[in-house]
Design a protein around this ligand. Structure first.
Ligand code: ATP
Length: 369
């Protein structure tokens, strides 16, 4: 079994706390992605699992073994980095075989493993080439090959695609996912790119300032973010946030944007919001959940779910249109259908799907619903 467990793990560099109280269970054969902005502690977490960085506090287990004091080479893991540093004077075969030769594997076994990895990665025809005769994508495959031949229990990958151009990165993403399906090994993957995380991860860990914000599968993370940070980090263009206050009129609760919008709290959410009357909240809605009411929809527009805003910029994307809207100091983005005829300066009537809205506590930034 190649599950990896972190129990209350801390990493301090002098006064800097790079990782705080991380507890995490990475399941056997899972593709787990660590994502977050620069400096949030992703690489440090990965390096502690690899044994390249000592743990200040806590426990790390691989399988059922505590590895805190196990040397990196004895952890049965293989790591792939952003700069894959192939040996320039060796051909592809020797680059891949090198680690096994050092470990005194029999020649036949080395041959078998290199051939098999080359076959999986589609680089059989490159085995005699030197790194300088390879493209960036091919070099990255060789770096992966070097890890695959080790047949490790766990793969650790630190931004392995970030040196590739955009198109190749998209292609390699799919290849890595297929590779994971084929190898059926635990993979822990670090990236700062939320799209990469969303497309590749079985589950995603969102980190900020060394703290885990949320661990979930991609759709749950997208639809049910724990707090403003996760809501804003996952999704592109990002979720719109607007300051508001909860108001109660009769038996009805509203999210009141001080004259700009007044959206009714759905009935099934009233019990969650009832303690927030007259308190500051942050209203969140994703750009794709804003509806251009001038286009016919199977959607009931009413005063309770609509608001007006002026169009600042129209950005046609082909399949859809991004509208940059402004209203009394609030600015927001809507992703509407390509049929929208909105023009700069128009005052539009927009609606939101009440099942898709979010409200956050303005003080703690945690989600209310
Ligand atoms: P990036 O995406 O920029 O690589 P990251 O999320 O991987 O960032 P880490 O490299 O893990 O972040 O760094 C986390 C924090 O620890 C940062 O504040 C960083 O400056 C600090 N840090 C990392 N390594 C060291 C070190 N060897 N000495 C001192 N501080 C360090």
């Amino acid at each position: 079994m190649a599950n990896v467990t972190l129990k209350n793990v801390y990493k301090r560099f002098g006064d800097v706390v790079a990782v705080r109280d991380q507890s995490l269970e990475i399941r056997d054969k899972e593709f787990l992605v660590l994502v977050g902005p620069s400096g949030c502690g992703k690489s440090t977490t990965l390096r502690m699992i690899a044994g390249l960085e000592e743990i200040s506090e806590g426990i790390i287990e691989i399988g059922d073994e505590v590895v805190n004091d196990v040397a990196p080479k004895d952890r049965d893991i293989a790591m792939v980095f952003q700069n894959y540093a192939l040996y320039p004077h060796m051909d592809v075969y020797d680059n891949m075989a090198f680690g096994l030769k050092l470990r005194k594997f029999p020649k036949k076994e080395i041959e078998r493993r290199v051939q098999e990895a080359a076959d999986i990665l589609g680089i059989e025809q490159l085995l005699k080439r030197k790194p300088k005769e390879l493209s960036g994508g091919q070099r990255q495959r060789v770096a992966l090959g070097r890890a695959i031949v080790r047949e490790p229990k766990v793969f650790l990958m630190d931004e392995p695609l970030s040196n590739l151009d955009a198109k190749l990165r998209v292609q390699m993403r799919t290849e890595l996912s297929k590779l994971h399906d084929r190898l059926k090994t635990t993979m822990i993957y670090v990236t700062h790119d939320q799209t990469e995380a969303m497309t590749m991860g079985d589950r995603i860990v969102v980190l900020k300032d060394g703290l885990i914000q949320q661990v979930d599968d991609p759709l749950t993370l997208y639809n049910e973010p724990n707090n403003i940070f996760v809501a804003g980090f996952i999704g592109s263009p990002a979720m719109n946030f607007m300051d508001a206050v909860i108001k109660k009129e009769g038996d009805t609760y509203y999210i009141d944007g001080d004259g700009t919008f007044k959206i009714r709290v759905p009935e099934d959410k009233e019990n969650l919001i009832k303690d927030y009357v007259d308190k500051d909240v942050v209203f969140g809605v994703r750009p794709e959940d804003i509806i251009d009411t001038s286009i016919t929809h199977d959607f009931d527009v009413s005063e309770d779910n609509s608001f007006k805003a002026a169009v600042d910029v129209v950005e046609p994307m082909g399949s859809e249109i991004y509208l940059y809207l402004a209203e009394q100091g609030h600015s927001l983005i809507a992703r509407v259908e390509a049929e929208s005829t909105a023009e700069v300066g128009d005052k539009m009537n927009l609606a939101v799907d009440l099942r898709k809205i979010h409200v956050f506590d303005a003080e703690t930034e945690d989600v209310i619903f």
